[in-house]
Design a protein around this ligand. Structure first.
Ligand code: AMP
Length: 147
């Protein structure tokens, strides 16, 4: 079997994130692959017409969220020895952005946790499930359990 050459870790900074990150790091070492990381800042529903024009579109809030996320991603990048150019941050729908960046960057393996910030209620979290369905490359869903 051919080694993976470019692995993308989807980091949501959840409680189990370190375990998933370690798995991605180990996979990269074993395959002598490049490792990149990505975090998606969720789109806030501040332009939702349901709430009418009373809620302004707050660009500053978006910028602040992006900056905070960028800082956390940089910390994880430092820990995993990943250069800035391989740290990706996007705003929008997590599963779609992860898959889009994976294609743009010629990633051949995406590593996600089986669950993230949305809890362990489902067999597979919605982001992990969405990435599995949409990705054109292999996906490793690192199994996370309650105990
Ligand atoms: P979920 O499906 O939300 O329970 O999350 C499952 C996995 O998808 C997490 O362990 C992460 O690997 C990835 N993931 C979820 N949300 C994000 C996000 N906003 N940015 C990057 N990766 C994410």
């Amino acid at each position: 079997m051919q080694n993976y050459q470019h692995i993308l870790l989807a980091a949501d900074f959840s409680e189990h994130g370190q375990y998933v990150a370690q798995k991605a790091y180990d996979m990269a070492q074993q395959n002598q692959a490049r490792l990149s990381i990505i975090h998606i800042v969720d789109n806030l529903p501040i332009t939702d017409t349901t709430y009418g024009p009373a809620i302004p579109f707050d660009v500053d809030l978006d910028t602040e969220l992006m900056n905070a996320a960028r800082k956390r991603l940089a910390e994880l990048g430092k820990q995993l020895q990943i250069p800035k150019a391989a740290q990706f941050i996007e705003m929008g729908n997590a599963k779609l952005e992860i898959v889009a960046v994976a294609e743009e960057q010629n990633v051949d393996l995406i590593v996600v946790g089986s669950h993230g910030r949305h809890g362990l209620a489902l067999i597979l979290g919605s982001t992990a499930n969405g990435v599995l369905h949409h990705a054109k490359c292999d996906v490793l869903a690192v199994r996370l359990k309650n105990n």
